[in-house]
Design a protein around this ligand. Structure first.
Ligand SMILES: NC(=O)c1ccc[n+]([C@@H]2O[C@H](COP(=O)([O-])OP(=O)(O)OC[C@H]3O[C@@H](n4cnc5c(N)ncnc54)[C@H](OP(=O)(O)O)[C@@H]3O)[C@@H](O)[C@H]2O)c1
Length: 342
């Protein structure tokens, strides 16, 4: 997209790095934000704006802003989450006030887990959200309170983003393998949506296309400057089947599956949380592998004609090749440079 400029936050992370590659390949002029030093491969694709979004930073001029930076952690404390995810969003908004299209990457964690199938307009009990989910929800709420007259705001809620460069979901799954077996909290016979990162990029393309380039929009949509969409693959996955297949392919042999009983694990997680020593192992992290969570994607499908092309089966070979090339131990540790190790 010659002469069009896009500003992408979180460019050192998994989703942000994928977005930088995606938009650079489409000929956009890319401004990429991160707080660490620029990853070397990024510099051939984008101009780098090094800034910690927890602090105000200078105005950025762009046609489109994609805000993907976040502290994406169940283990982080509330103050850190609020600073990065709520105040950070405010600072990004302030720095891009003149940008006509704002895409906020939110999360399915803004749903409270009471239902198995989530729609964008469902009523959510905020007291039931994890601290991470609450910080993302509060950032959404704050954005929704702003004046979007003459500008577009898209709030996208993906669920468990996966693909090459993933340093959130894949490390968690790889850590389930001990002594050649998969030790799972519960039997993982749950239904879940997942979002391949390419499908998320495709969804963003559609939002950007609607906001910036569509000339034949119906009047009803032209008025709609704020839209919220779930984003996921077409398929709903049975997590046990998927996890066994993924881990067995990565390890090059069929790994036995051992289900640990959930009830004692729940007590343990609650006790650790009460003692404030819980890190990755929290009641919320347990619920993500023991409760159904499916996103209804009818909204984006009907409104933007979203047709996700990638799924777990057709992308598994490239994910397995990538993990083996980078090294299982490095992926398990979620090393910071993984997103740019492609
Ligand atoms: N991955 C998923 O399964 C998933 C699912 C749903 C929604 N999401 C959302 O998708 C977005 C991207 O997630 P991801 O998977 O790409 O996570 P990630 O790999 O952890 O990347 C997060 C990015 O945000 C940056 N960041 C965090 N705090 C910052 C700060 N104070 N100033 C500047 N940059 C900061 C990180 O930089 P540093 O490297 O310096 O920390 C990193 O570049 C997030 O908004 C997340 O909430 C992710």
């Amino acid at each position: 997209m010659k002469n069009s400029r896009i500003f992408i936050t979180g460019a050192t992370g998994f989703v942000g790095a994928s977005l930088v590659r995606h938009f650079a390949a489409m000929d956009w002029e890319v401004l990429a934000n991160g707080r660490a030093a620029a990853p070397v491969p990024l510099l051939s694709l984008a101009k780098y704006v090094q800034a910690d979004i927890q602090n105000p930073f200078p105005p950025q001029s762009a046609d489109v802003l994609i805000h993907a930076a976040a502290l994406a952690s169940d283990a982080a404390g509330w103050d850190a989450l609020k600073k990065a995810n709520l105040e950070g969003t405010r600072h990004v908004f302030e720095a891009t006030r003149d940008c006509p299209c704002f895409v906020y990457i939110s999360s399915s964690s803004v749903y409270d887990g009471q239902k198995a199938l989530h729609r964008e307009d469902e009523i959510v009990d905020r007291s039931k959200l994890s601290p991470y989910g609450l910080s993302k929800r509060m950032a959404e709420d704050w954005l929704l309170e702003q004046d979007w007259q003459g500008r577009s705001l898209f709030i996208l809620r993906p669920r468990a983003v996966y693909g090459v460069g993933d340093r959130v979901l894949l490390p968690r799954l790889l850590r389930l393998v001990r002594q050649g077996q998969i030790f799972s909290p519960g039997d993982m016979r749950i239904s879940s949506s997942l979002t391949h990162v390419d499908n998320l990029c495709a969804a963003i393309d559609l939002c950007v296309g609607q906001a910036c380039f569509s000339t034949k929009l119906p009047e009803s949509l032209k008025q709609k400057s704020v839209q919220i969409f779930n984003v996921a693959d077409d398929e709903v996955y049975e997590m046990r089947e998927l996890v066994c297949r993924l881990l067995s392919e990565i390890h090059g042999r069929k790994l036995p599956f051992r289900a640990m009983p959930l009830l004692p694990l729940r007590y343990l997680a609650s006790a650790l949380e009460a003692l404030r020593v819980a890190k990755q192992f929290t009641p919320y992290s347990l619920s993500t592998v023991s409760k159904d969570c499916v996103l209804d994607i009818e909204g984006i499908t009907k409104t933007l004609e979203y047709r996700p092309r990638q799924n777990f089966c057709n992308t598994l070979p490239e994910i397995v090749r990538w993990v083996n090339r980078v090294g299982i131990e490095r992926v398990k540790k979620a090393e910071p440079d993984l997103p740019w190790q492609t």
